[in-house]
Write a protein that binds this ligand. Sequence first.
Ligand code: UD1
Ligand code: MG
Length: 388
Amino acid sequence: MANLKGKDMSKARKVEIPETMGGVCAAVYLLLMILFMPFLFYSDIKMAAAEQAFDLEKDHVETGRILHRFPLGKVIIILGNYDDLFDIRWRHKVLIPAVASMPMLAVYYLTYGVTHVVVPVQLEAYLGTMVDLGWLYYTYMAAVAIFCPNSINILAGINGIEVSQSIVIAFLLLINDLVSLYKTPRAPHPHPATDLHLFSIYLLLPFIGASFALWWHNWYPAKVFVGDTYCYFAGMLFAIVGILGHFSKTLLLLLIPQIANFIYSTPQLFRLIPCPRHRLPRFNARTGLLEPSMTAWQQRPSKPVALFLNSMARVPLLPLLKITRDADGVIAETSNLTILNIWLVWFGPKREDRLAVELITLQVVTGLLGLFVRHQLALLVFRQDNRL
Ligand code: UD1
Ligand code: MG
């Protein structure tokens, strides 16, 4: 069983600090949600009482309106905790969110169940205006639910980065909700999208509050680590909000750094290139700065792999890899494939907090760009704005 503390590897004095503080954050979140329930359901409860009094049909009280607002986050927090407690192997770890996404997919099935997608204008001639993806759509949703928590967990390793990126994503989702609510007509015919965006806001606001408290302690120099519990909790919350709110495509537009980091990581994740337990940047005790971390090759890379590595290192202006060679020119070490490391290759060694600020700025800029694409350019591809 793992200890609930971790060594801060990027400090001159490698002190141990508490890990899994995300668990506290998640617990506070759940408490807030529970306290919020009576307010959330105030009108439903009143309606139910009135209907009982008049002995009316109760069917719409018992439909998805209540079910789809249930705080599913609980499941993922428990599973994320398993990981921090037992140090599960990476291979098994990626699938934790798959298990946790089951209740969400069930809720989707029960409350909405639509598996049709709108076809881009350019393809309408071949496919018609709508295509029913059937079970493929459930596969897609499960993939989003697996991707979100894991992609946050692997864009990690410097103080503050996990919480900061999650807070930025939550704010971007909030802006998306507000813009969509603004565009949606209100009375006399409220659009169903209104409810979904309100649902999203209800889930995000307490998350932002609880995360800021964690951020305070986790920012450089960190006094606590967030643990995988937080990464899974945050990522799963985004997946739930995006999927049940029917804006998962928009959600993906807000995760551009995570998608880039995941794609860039694939050669190591799938073991084409050796993958050490930790890929975080290397702390240089002499300068006090972070440098790209390198992985040593135990044996000479095969011809095709060497060709692949060399061509990555030779991309003009922005090389995708740093290589060190032995006296014979054979590849000895290659930099670990994370956007944190490649950022340091491109822009030189940096202090830990500086690197975090720059990457969070990247998250903000790409996210705002994503929102612009969603709200200004989507009509180039889709016939109408579905307000989701
Ligand atoms: C993921 C990454 C791993 C990275 C690690 C860092 C992949 C496949 N996995 O693994 O490469 O090294 O996150 O979080 O990309 N730590 C620090 N400073 C920090 C944050 C973490 O030194 O600011 C160290 C501490 O020793 C801490 C440990 O990282 O105990 C936590 O790592 P953990 O979350 O268990 O790693 P993974 O999520 O498995
Ligand atoms: Mg982690």
